[in-house]
Design a protein around this ligand. Structure first.
Ligand code: XMP
Length: 510
């Protein structure tokens, strides 16, 4: 049976991924494509509905982003959101104009006509607006279905052609009945039933992986990070001990992390895990190195060496598991290539490795990966782990790395994370950690003068690490961290809190 599918055409709006996630929350599988996807490709994809996202442009600018207009004649339901609605109107010879007022933020919407899109929602409701242009004259055959005080045509439809437009954003939480409106589009207008279930995804993936891999061997560089962990467990479910995971301890991991990874994957999940203790050789290679990018390069190279040595011991291996997820592969509507992160995944394995890739999480968003992980029985301390850079504590011991400094940093870092957890802030904070700078300051403890290192606490809130705000942690919490660090970690006599956002700072210090 073919799975139901909706296409989201991305015009570069800030909420494009959110639209796709909402559609999936409503149990309909969808994929995001750049707005200029060819007509032939759309035909081939055979979607049951198409959503046009918002975007920063105006339909009147030169080379304004537009999809192939034949898409509107395919008899496939279309929902244009914000710019998507304006494009629909403009393409079908309605009139779009710059409004007198830019409308940004909450607005009160009144439904003016019985319409499938608004079925079961109140006639008056709060919606979220973010636009300059608006539709002023409806295209032929369309009717207005809702209005706000600033925007008389806040929604429109051509019922027979199943073409719909909304000027507001149903995908954001500030639109009170947004999810209902999207549900109406999918279920009432497109006539979908909602057949996207993560449990089916597991069964299908397991069958696919089994068929693909047969009796061959699969390798995975397991870091304990969310994506590689879920990918490995899914593949393990399909091929059992044909999967060998290599876990490299480079000495730059957080306190107790190696033990946790081994206990979880070997102990609880019964996976075939090779533990490579490479602490000494990493430290040796990093000795005397102070420049951050040089450190990164050494750590990356050494990782590959260790991994290749372990691989050589294993004989013939055909497949490599990678935890690539959907946001890593989406090409955005504005064609900004740098949405594909360079330091994604484990250690940056070289591209010329002689493997075929298994990337079972490619269609999934991060929150779906976590849900999948839960279904697969992966403990929550792994699924909700904060992002941790590949070079690990190597970029948090500033300048030269020594074993003593690493020990101090690990202890301090463990305290920071423990207190964040105790305060119930794990899921609100993007990352919280400690940094050890190469300076010392004078202090006094008991009757003695000290001359020791400070620890810098860094805690940020963020959605995607591209920008971040320093976290407004309660003073009491900072106080507890500070006291504990100074009392419990030998060699530390002072604690500072980093109150720089990104930009202009970065999240890490190196
Ligand atoms: P910055 O410091 O650039 O970090 O604001 C953004 C996010 O990326 C992580 N990060 C790294 N991850 N290898 C990685 O795998 C790296 O070299 C690296 N540097 C930074 C950082 O922890 C944050 O989540």
């Amino acid at each position: 049976m073919e799975r139901e599918m909706v296409l989201v055409l991305d015009f570069g709006g800030q909420y494009s991924q959110l639209i796709a996630r909402r559609v999936r929350e409503l149990s309909v599988y969808c994929e995001i494509f750049p707005y200029d996807i060819s007509y032939e490709e759309v035909v081939e994809k055979n979607p049951q509905g198409i959503i046009l996202t918002g975007g920063p442009a105006s339909v009147h600018v030169e080379n304004a982003p537009a999809c192939d207009h034949r898409i509107f004649e395919m008899n496939i339901p279309v929902l244009g959101i914000c710019y998507g609605m304006q494009l629909l109107a403009h393409a079908l010879e309605g009139v779009v104009k710059g409004g007198k007022h830019r409308e940004y933020g909450r607005a009160q919407l009144t439904v003016t006509r019985d319409d499938l899109l608004f079925s079961g929602v109140p006639q008056d409701m709060q919606v979220w607006m973010s636009h300059g242009d608006a539709v002023h004259v409806l295209p032929q055959g369309f009717v207005q279905t809702a209005a706000t005080s600033n925007c008389p045509i806040a929604a429109m439809c051509h019922k027979d052609k199943k073409l719909y437009g909304v000027q507001f954003h149903p995908e954001v939480k500030h639109t009170a009945y947004g999810l209902d409106i999207l549900r109406n589009f999918l279920y009432e207008v497109c006539g979908l039933k909602g057949d996207w279930k993560l449990s089916d995804f597991i069964a299908e993936s397991v069958a696919d992986i089994k068929a693909k891999v047969g009796s061959k061997k699969v390798l995975c560089a397991l870091s304990g990070g969310v994506d590689s962990s879920v990918a490995a467990v899914l593949v393990h479910r399909a091929v059992g001990d044909q999967l060998v995971c290599v876990f490299v301890d480079n000495g730059l991991l957080r306190k107790d992390e190696p033990e946790q990874v081994i206990n979880t994957f070997k102990g609880q999940m019964h996976m075939n895990l090779i533990f490579a203790d490479a602490r000494e050789r990493f430290l040796r290679r990093l000795s005397g190195v102070t420049e951050p990018e040089r450190k990164r390069k050494i750590i990356g190279e050494e990782f590959i060496r260790v991994f290749e040595e372990e691989k050589a011991k294993l004989g013939d291996i055909q497949y490599l598991v990678q935890g690539t997820i959907y946001p890593d592969v989406i090409e955005s509507g504005t064609h900004i290539a740098d949405t594909i992160k360079s330091h994604h995944n484990v250690g940056g394995l070289p591209e010329d490795m002689d493997f075929e890739l298994l990337e079972p999480l490619r269609p999934l968003f991060k929150d779906e990966v976590r849900l999948l992980g839960e279904e697969l029985g992966i403990p929550s301390h792994i699924l909700w782990r904060q992002p941790f850079p590949g070079p690990g504590l190597g970029v948090r011991v500033l300048e030269e790395i020594t074993e003593d400094k690493l020990t101090m940093l690990k202890e301090a870092d463990a305290i920071v994370r423990e207190e964040i957890s105790k305060a119930g802030l794990d899921r609100e904070i993007w990352q919280a950690f400690a940094v050890l700078p190469p300076v010392r300051s004078v202090g006094v403890m008991g009757d003695e003068r000290t001359y020791a290192h400070p620890i810098i606490i860094r805690a940020v809130v963020s959605d995607d690490a591209m920008t971040a705000e320093w976290a407004r942690l309660p003073y009491e919490l900072l106080d507890t961290m500070s006291r504990r660090i100074v009392n419990e970690v030998q060699g530390i006599n002072r604690v500072a809190y980093d109150i720089t956002s990104k930009p202009p700072g970065t999240i890490e210090w190196e």
